[in-house]
Design a protein around this ligand. Sequence first.
Ligand code: GLC
Ligand code: CA
Length: 546
Amino acid sequence: MPPTNRDLTDPSWWRTAVVYQVYPRSFADGNGDGIGDLAGLIDRVPYLARLGIDAVWLSPFYPSALADGGYDVDDYCDVDPRIGTLAQFDELVAALHDQGIRVVVDIVPNHSGSGHRWFQAALAAGPGSSERGRYIFRDGLGTSGELPPSDWVSHFGGSAWTRVPDGQWYLHLFAPEQPDFDWSNPEVREEFHRILRFWADRGVDGFRVDVAHALAKDLTEPFASYPRIHRDVLKDDGTDVLFDRDEVHDIFRGWRSVMDEYDPPRSAVAEAWAAPARLPLYARPDELGQTFEFDLVVEPWDAARFRDSIRNALERARAAGASSTWVLSNHDLVRHASRFGLPAGTDLASWLMTHGTDPVEDREAGLARARAGSLLLLALPGSAYLYQGEELGLPEVADLSFDALEDPIWDRHGHTEKGRDGTRVPLPWTPDGPSFGFGSGGSHLPQPAWFADFAVSVEDADPGSTLNLYRRAIAMRTALLAGDGVRFADDREGVIEVLRDGAWRSITTFGVSAELPDGELLLSSAPIGADRVLPPDATAWIRDAG
Ligand code: GLC
Ligand code: CA
């Protein structure tokens, strides 16, 4: 077992942490009902400890109608009874803390679920009430208010407005079951301070902030037109109508003062889809501290593109006094073992619509690149956010049948986009048995037969497996990381060579092979022969000679 005596009082732990994202409904099922739960997760704490991670980030486990996989929260201060109880949550925190593993919970502040007591009260109270003032209710346009108040569209397709029986409309930038809060209302601000304290008081160490860039909106009427949500219409000067407005930072300064009431201060990371130059604003020391860097989730497997993305992200973090964040997969993205096995430029949504048959992914290349990419990111300063299953090299389940889909994207896009379920299929723990050891019963999303090859117990027994590579890399990284010092060796076509503090280096090949420099070979993502040649699409860590 790696050392488990990490210091839980260290206030800057998050700067270099390896954070493992758990999607609770799909991690481990303790009671055999096909839905992952806290009991299952508590059972697997030894697995997480052995992996060597510093923290677990839990995607929402709150009571929810599951209109959006739990990101429609009906009660921010409780556990969904299908997932467990608050007492089990406390047990989980204690078990993780015992192993020196910190706990990060997901806070979803842009919208609640439509079952939330505030939204139910708003529906009951009627137009003009203070209850409606916590959300964004407006009269419609047209002669009798039959048209939505603006042309705004939902991220999941269709209008962002839904009409209620008394004729008013409410705003939802996501599903209709996710009504947006009005963050100009002080009551909303107070409520979220209360929610942050509720979890911080229970020992939670940090927060992941869902769609952090959307809270502040320009609600001046008549509403400005915004018929399409896309990167290239987003204004990057803080005056966009719906996203990344300057006022949002005032909200997060308030959060920082709440998080700083604790010792050690609670950490936070923003999920903000904003222009790159504006990302550091969320990460400022008097705000959230970190913001996800999502560049690499859209980049193809290409040395020059990777190098630029990494350099820019490091530079942005430095400018903000933050630490950088590395992400290749999460619960919203096609798993990177599959992404890297597809030709550059493949439209992932169309690929999923063909059940992954056009084009057919190159599983071998995808896995080699995924292993190499993960090792490269683990060699960098900053923190690495891993998504459950990537430590198994798990590919996307692209062949889910249409009738199995749970993601609201499927219905809201009129059955033209499958959505994100292929990355959320419950993990395989054993090569056989019901639901591959996920639980004693079934699995809420069907698992393919090939999951057997990626089962935890299979990989555990194989020294060359991706699981064992992650274990070694994480343990070694923890021992090797010294400071923020990082430099890139001179550009070589197809190679990224990262020098760490004059002590060790990481070399990654993209489609070419490379001769390794002198020095002890610490770790590599692919076998290396006596000739010390790193094959294409591999990463090696070398201790500097002398
Ligand atoms: C974030 C979450 C995503 C969710 C959306 C709405 O992007 O990561 O899963 O659907 O916010 O809450
Ligand atoms: Ca269960």
